[in-house]
Design a protein around this ligand. Structure first.
Ligand SMILES: C[S@@+](CC[C@H](N)C(=O)[O-])C[C@H]1O[C@@H](n2cnc3c(N)ncnc32)[C@H](O)[C@@H]1O
Length: 195
């Protein structure tokens, strides 16, 4: 089983240091969101991206396999009163959302933690609207003081190859700071149909 981020260390996700090398506002700006976007943050953790995203988009689904993480998000929402975030507990290989219900599926530092990438990519295709996009941010595969050990990381090209095998096409490779990459995918099936 892939190693999961320890919910007891959730404060690391919200640290001031992290904001310097992976700033949520600048990442979300690059994600091309609008007032009409339905945004699913899979592996939302403590809501580092889900909460600022809710100020930009129509609806946010904050989804995680760890209830402790979702409890943190719930408490943050209670304090700042954000009515457009829905919190959902998921299991390892499925996403609890209807077909064609999401415009942007966002995974930040989650893809390397997935036990069953094939299943999640199948779910991604199912929940995304035809023109929907999947955005994957993850740790660069290089030695550094923070983040998961190098043997747990996936290089940018490995992620592209896995997603291409799952019927996604890379649309954009964006800069996400010194330690992370940001990849934007679209569904190849949708492109083939030419809709
Ligand atoms: C390193 S944390 C990142 C949290 C958040 N995305 C961020 O960048 O602040 C990874 C999160 O992904 C969640 N996760 C791992 N596998 C998952 C899966 N199959 N489905 C949903 N969440 C998952 C973990 O529970 C954890 O909260």
């Amino acid at each position: 089983m892939a190693h999961k981020f320890n919910a007891k260390k959730a404060e690391i996700l919200d640290s001031a240091d992290r904001r310097k090398f992976l700033n949520p506002d600048s990442i979300l700006q690059k994600a091309g969101l609008s007032r009409d976007t339905v945004f699913a943050d899979l592996g939302c953790g403590s809501g580092y991206f889900a909460i600022p995203a809710s100020l930009i988009v129509k609806k946010v689904y904050a989804i995680d396999v760890q209830q402790e993480m979702l409890d943190i998000v719930r408490e943050k929402i209670r304090v700042v009163k954000l009515p457009n975030i829905e919190i959902l507990l998921s299991n390892e290989s499925s996403i609890p959302l209807p077909d064609n219900s999401v415009d942007v599926l966002f995974m930040a530092n989650v893809f390397h933690e997935l036990d069953d990438r094939v299943a999640i990519l199948r779910e991604a295709k199912r929940i995304l609207s035809g023109s929907g996009r999947m955005i994957i941010i993850d740790w660069k595969k290089m030695e550094m003081e923070m983040g998961p050990p190098i043997e747990e990381r996936l290089s940018e090209d490995e992620v592209v190859s896995i997603c291409e095998d799952g019927d996604f096409r890379i649309q954009e490779r964006l800069h996400a700071g010194a330690y992370n990459y940001m990849l934007v995918f679209v569904r190849t099936e949708y492109e083939r149909r030419g809709r």
